[in-house]
Design a protein around this ligand. Structure first.
Ligand code: PCA
Length: 323
């Protein structure tokens, strides 16, 4: 009896000591728990718990529940959360480099998106580091298509339509097409559609399925305009506070998460579009007239992006073209 008590006290002491040295990080994410980005991040968090022997626990807060999409980056910069995931292109107002992945028609396949990611990484890391952030991994969304609540065959059909934007690039596409953009997070999209605040958007089949947008929209045009990425980054001080072993555990699992997430996106892309059709949406390629208009918009926007992203932007694009 005495021995058992001593043993249990010992065990308790060891557990408490272990718990005291373990670190817990909050990881705010903007998209739903069911989304593949979020599932992939959960696998990443589990793998980090594993390779750090429980010393680093990452707790995921999906769907904007801890910080809304627009607040995640700042929260991690300030250390209010240690790690987070964000659609970085939504911060192009701070630095145009953040929207390197969303310039229309520059990279329109998974392969091209991967080449562009690699080309941009040195510049992106530099810019993020100046903001006290270290990039860990990024995963693409499937290619972006246009959603409407009516058939749209000509550029005139787009005029005056209220359009959900998720960053300044998508707002600019809308503007150049004569539509009226409002920036709305995916977490607020269903309500905005249901109440008629917006009736169109550009996004992937993934978000269309996550938000069952067939309840409010009827047409999907598979434009394949670009593949935006979600980027996972960590507060630089938090990262530097880790031991070298745990830093390696984190960066190795991040690398694995990037490949795994990219594969998930590519495998799921076709099914998302089929699900839109199965739920009654008309899925079509864009008409020639719409295509021509979008190409013209793309050219305007490429020139605008290069102008606003300056030398950093030029470095990214020439590294991309050199591949
Ligand atoms: N889904 C996200 C960003 C890009 C995408 O495909 C969204 O609509 O918010």
């Amino acid at each position: 009896m005495k021995l058992t008590t001593t043993a249990s006290i010992l065990a308790l002491t060891v557990t408490l000591a272990g718990a005291a040295s373990a670190e817990t990080w909050d990881m705010p994410m903007a998209y739903p728990a069911s989304n593949y980005h979020t599932k992939n991040a959960q696998t990443f968090a589990d793998a980090v718990a594993d390779c750090s022997d429980g010393a680093l626990e990452i707790v995921i807060h999906a769907g904007g529940s801890l910080f809304g999409g627009g607040e995640i980056k700042r929260a991690v910069q300030l250390g209010e959360a240690q790690i987070g995931e964000r659609l970085l292109s939504a911060h192009a107002n701070e630095n145009a480099v953040f929207s390197y992945d969303s310039v229309p028609f520059i990279a329109t396949s998974f392969e091209a998106s991967e080449a562009l990611r690699a080309a941009a990484l040195p510049t992106l890391s530099k810019v993020l580091e100046e903001q006290n952030l270290v990039p860990l991994y990024s995963v693409p969304w499937p290619a972006q298509g246009l959603y409407f609540a009516k058939p749209v065959e000509t550029p005139e059909d787009m005029e005056g339509v209220r359009f959900r934007a998720y960053n300044s690039i998508t707002a600019r596409v809308a503007e150049l097409a004569g539509m009226i953009p409002t920036q709305i997070e995916a977490a607020d999209l269903k309500q905005a559609l249901a109440t008629g605040v917006v009736s169109a958007m550009i996004s992937s089949g993934s978000t269309g399925v996550d938000e069952s947008v067939w309840e409010d929209m009827t047409n999907f045009y598979d434009v394949k305009a670009w593949l935006p990425r979600n980027t996972v980054f960590v507060n630089k001080d938090a990262f530097e506070g880790l031991s070298a072993e745990i830093q390696t555990c984190l960066t190795q699992e991040a690398e694995a998460a990037q490949s795994r997430g990219t594969e998930m996106a590519a495998e799921l892309a076709g099914g998302f579009v089929s699900t839109l059709a199965e739920n009654g949406m008309d899925v079509n390629p864009p008409s020639d007239a719409i295509n021509a208009k979008l190409k013209e918009i793309g050219e305007t926007m490429s020139a605008e992006w290069l102008e606003s992203a300056g030398d950093d932007g030029a470095a990214i694009m020439s590294a991309y073209q050199a591949q």
